[in-house]
Design a binder for this molecule. Sequence first.
Ligand code: ZN
Length: 103
Amino acid sequence: MGQAKLRGTPEQRKQAAIEKQLSLRPKHIICNNCQTELTDINAVDVAELPGIDAAFEAHCPQCGHDTYAIKGEKEAVARLHMAIEDAAGAEAQAGSVPSASGR
Ligand SMILES: [Zn+2]
């Protein structure tokens, strides 16, 4: 029986990614919308995003805007930013559609 030690199981890789994220975690994120300093930062799961080292998200209590801080390869970061903007834009549009509130 060889000592076939499995290296880099999905679990281990995820753990390593989490540790890397924590080491990259900023002290604060500046709100993109109103420049408030946000310290309530959530780590985003980027284990399945190639080229991304870490991503953090903070919700601004002042203006309700979500700001993202993403670290990684330039292209991957740009792509993720666009994906987030797409998602946020769709949400904003959906939210701004006047609802037919006919009681
Ligand atoms: Zn804000």
